[in-house]
Write a protein that binds this ligand. Structure first.
Ligand SMILES: Cc1ncc(COP(=O)(O)O)c(C=O)c1O
Length: 408
């Protein structure tokens, strides 16, 4: 296992040319695309155009002439093939947290006689918090179940099952198809949070008959900091979805300025207020990085990168207090590999100091997001080389690495 092996793997990588679709700082190894995707080429120019020409010159007429009004739907249609959804099933806007609230509230109202929301332990905080709020508002119970265990029972009191497909800490991935089928077998609705899945792994929402889903625009979709999120509702359900944030742009005819809310038909009713056009245009341009990309190739490379990283860490970092927090079985892993270390935070900071950007999550989790569109096998090799050196020399003990910013 030397660097030449890594270079040979890069030489055989069918996705290697896609790295040129991104603007990456020289010499930096970027393993944090699960948190903020890198900047795709062309985004800066499109954003400059929307600001200087469309906003600066065309001004208010841009809502019509530059397609601003249609942007949430248009960008949704661009995300749809990446997640295995159809046209008109995805809309972009708001944050993932807000979309969870909107869709979950609508879902529980669609099963009024059922009193249970099922979710999981160790979910992302927003998911847990919003599920608790919705349950409280609707007088429901929240049950925390392990649905990876096929013997875990579900019953007809369950209104909705709300899970995060790929866990943000460990990268562990649920079996979306089989869990969705079990949930439907008891007449409940299935809601997936795809924050760490969209753009990272192949998804087949339509084929799996998923009811509702949400996900982030700024992670593996590379839409930029605070990019708007997406919401998916299966076409067959859309006109039964009544979410509680009934803003004017979810209205069937917003410019009638009617006193009474009449929801738009289809996915448009998920929209609330004025779309964030600059961010939407950035996300739209960023999605060009997926043009012609086969998600099966993305998955194959992601698994190979993850397996290579684990193998190198086990070989080179043994005895330094690092243990694997992700599933060793690559089929059960998303596009992220996490390790746990008692001093994970200063280790991550020391790594950043030598040009390897991963990130840290409590408790003790070191996360490496592997974005197959731009991560290379030689990056994995070099990152582990530097990690083993930091652990061997205990460089992470230097006091500057203990200082925490607002974001870890
Ligand atoms: C799994 C998951 N769900 C929800 C969110 C929240 O997204 P937002 O901050 O866009 O509301 C995140 C953010 O990282 C996440 O990882």
């Amino acid at each position: 296992m030397n660097r030449d092996d890594a270079l040979a793997l890069d030489g055989a990588d069918v996705l290697a040319p896609l790295r040129d679709r991104f603007q990456l700082p020289d010499g930096l190894i970027y393993f944090d695309g699960n948190s903020l995707g890198a900047l795709p080429i062309g985004v800066a120019e499109r954003v400059a155009d929307v600001v200087t020409q469309q906003w600066g010159h065309d001004l208010i007429s841009s809502w019509n002439v530059n397609g601003w009004m249609a942007a949430p739907r248009r960008v949704g249609d661009k995300i749809a093939p990446i997640i295995g959804a159809g046209p008109g099933e995805v809309i972009v806007g708001d944050s993932t947290s807000v979309n969870i609230y909107k869709l979950l509230s609508a879902a529980v109202a669609m099963r009024p006689d059922r009193k249970v929301i099922v979710t999981e332990q160790n979910n992302f905080p927003s998911d847990s918090y919003v599920i608790a709020s919705v349950a409280k508002q609707h007088g429901m119970e929240v049950h925390y179940l392990d649905l990876d265990d096929p013997t875990t029972p579900l019953d007809t009191n369950v209104a909705i099952v709300c899970l995060t497909h790929i866990n943000y800490r460990t990268g562990a991935m649920h079996d979306l198809a089989s869990i969705t089928a079990r949930v439907h077998a008891v007449g409940a609705l299935m809601f997936w949070d795809l924050a760490h899945s969209a753009g990272a792994v192949p998804l087949a929402l339509s084929d799996c008959d998923v009811d509702m889903a949400v996900g982030c625009g700024y992670k593996f979709l590379n839409g930029g900091p605070g990019a708007p999120a997406f919401a998916y509702v299966a076409k067959r359900l859309q006109n039964d979805v009544h979410h509680p944030i009934t803003g004017w742009l979810g209205h069937a005819a917003p410019f009638d300025m009617s006193d009474q809310f009449i929801p738009a038909l289809g996915i448009d009713r998920i929209t609330v207020g004025t779309p964030s056009i600059v961010s939407l245009v950035a996300l739209e341009a960023a999605l060009d990085a997926f043009d012609g990309v086969d998600m099966a190739d993305v998955r194959a490379k992601s698994l190979a990168l993850g397996d290579y990283l684990i193998e190198l860490v086990m070989h080179r970092c043994d005895g330094y207090g690092l243990s694997l927090a992700s599933p060793i079985d690559s089929q059960r892993r998303g596009s992220q590999v996490s390790f746990v270390h008692e001093h994970g935070f200063p280790v991550v900071r020391a790594l950043a100091d030598v040009g390897v950007l991963g990130d840290y999550r409590e408790p003790g989790i070191i996360r490496f997001g592997l974005t197959p569109l731009y991560a290379r096998f030689c990056d994995v090799y070099d990152a582990v080389d530097r990690l083993s050196e930091i652990l061997r020399t205990e460089r992470w003990r230097e006091p500057q690495y203990a200082v925490r910013g607002a974001v870890t």
